[in-house]
Design a protein around this ligand. Structure first.
Ligand code: HAM
Length: 410
């Protein structure tokens, strides 16, 4: 039987791959405008990295990791997300020992062994940004602003949801209150929530089961239990968003599926995607650098799910561009080959290695959507010239090859 791509993984072929590039080029440009620099980290990391950062109790680590022992006996894992690797790298290169802000963006495949469905894959791509060293809540607003700019560039409608997950001062007190509440309602909640009560109680607030959701309406509210600093940061963030005309909803049930978050958490969702409607998610992770062995460093980031976003993007209508170069006699092929190589230093050239009729060449030019058709027939070959047609302006001329090269080549 023919071998196929694994379930939940797919090939990215043109024209979809053109959309990937279109997204990547423009998202990167915007991230650079915001001061982010490109970074790559390995796809394979030690399993312990994800256990310690994303969290043992999370679904990602508990159920979805592509984990195996390599030939050297190391317990390794295909990265399920990008933040942990970037933080590991930040510490490994001692950037936590330097003063200042460090802003990085990345793009690449992530792997989660989830049940595949529309918008949910086992291999998917994220475009992510992580910012280190900035405590100011302006940076929280700045990250949200960057996602907004990216989504708006591609004309994507979104709803922004924000929440605050508190800090080590207020979160433990809230957790105690929540556990007390969960103990009282234990009979009414699902098995997963009963387990989360012991491992990571705030994750119950994220449960998708209606019966549980009904119960948690009466749960103590995290936002009402924030310490003064978290409260003030969260209200400043809201003021900044309002002042910059960014609509948002405060969602007290937004807790995110990864354990490293503190304070601001946010998600951008789309109304056009069905069940898997989160297009981007992120938040502060002020404790993670220290937790992974580095110097305490405030940090915040987000990741955009590229597959989901591409479902919402239209490629702009392509303009005719480049030159279609064709020959009508066999002997002109070497000359045309030389011309094509020269032109390609600057522009796109379509060049079939075959003599054809003028009509066939013009058809080829239409198919490849080139702006010009440049054809060498018998007469042109003898006179060292070329028949050139501007297919947009519908003008034709015969020019000598030298002039042609000057116009289009180097
Ligand atoms: P996340 O919410 O797990 O966050 O993933 C971010 C985005 O990746 C989601 O909003 C979604 O669009 C996309 N995504 C997640 N899982 C899948 C899947 N199975 N198939 C397709 N798309 C998917 C993170 O990963 C954090 N590292 C974000 C972050 C960066 N927080 C701070 N810095």
């Amino acid at each position: 039987m023919a071998i196929k791509a694994l379930r939940g993984m797919k090939d990215i072929l043109p024209p979809l791959s053109e959309k990937y590039l279109y997204f990547l080029q423009n998202a990167s440009r915007l991230a650079e405008n915001f001061g982010f620099k490109y970074i790559e980290t390995p796809i394979l990391e030690e399993t312990a990295l994800f256990k310690r950062s994303v969290g043992e109790s999370s679904d990602i680590v508990g159920k979805e990791m592509y984990q195996f022992i390599d030939k050297g006996g190391n317990d390794v894992c295909l990265r399920p997300e990008g933040t942990a690797g970037v933080v590991r790298s930040f510490i490994e290169h001692k950037l936590d020992r330097q003063e200042g802000n460090f802003r990085y963006f990345y793009y690449g495949p992530m792997f989660r062994y989830e049940r595949p469905q529309k918008g949910r894959f086992r291999e998917f791509h994220q475009f992510g940004c992580e910012s280190f060293g900035e405590q100011s809540v302006f940076e929280d607003a700045n990250m949200i602003m960057l996602v907004k700019e990216i989504l708006e560039f591609f004309n994507i409608d979104y709803t922004l949801k924000i929440n605050s997950l508190g800090c080590p001062k207020c979160m433990p007190k809230y957790k105690t209150k929540l556990i007390e509440f969960l103990e009282k309602v234990e009979a009414k909640i699902c098995e997963d929530c009963a387990r989360r009560k012991a491992t990571n109680p705030i994750r119950v607030l994220d449960c998708k089961i209606d019966a549980c959701k009904d119960v948690y309406v009466d749960a103590p509210k995290l936002l009402e239990n924030l310490c003064d600093e978290c409260k003030s940061d969260f209200s400043t963030l809201q003021e900044l968003l309002k002042a910059n005309r960014i609509d948002f909803e405060v969602d007290i049930f937004l807790v995110r599926g990864l354990d490293y978050y503190t304070k601001t958490a946010f998600e951008f969702v789309s109304g056009h995607l069905g069940a898997q409607n989160a297009i981007a998610g992120g938040g502060r992770f002020d404790r993670l650098v220290e937790f992974l062995g580095g110097k305490p460093t405030p940090a915040i980031g987000f990741a955009i799910g590229v597959e989901r976003i591409l479902d919402l993007i239209e490629l702009p209508q392509k303009q005719r561009e480049g030159v279609y170069l064709g020959v009508m006699i066999e002997e002109a092929l070497p000359l045309a080959f030389e011309i094509a190589s020269n032109l390609r230093k600057k522009i796109f050239v379509e060049f079939p290695y075959k003599k054809k009729s003028l009509k066939a060449h013009l058809k080829g030019a239409d198919k490849t959507n080139t702006r010009y058709a440049a054809i060498i027939g018998e007469d042109e070959f003898k006179q060292k010239s070329i028949w050139l047609k501007d297919l947009e302006e519908k003008k034709e001329e015969i020019i000598n090859i030298e002039e042609f090269l000057k116009r289009f080549g180097d």
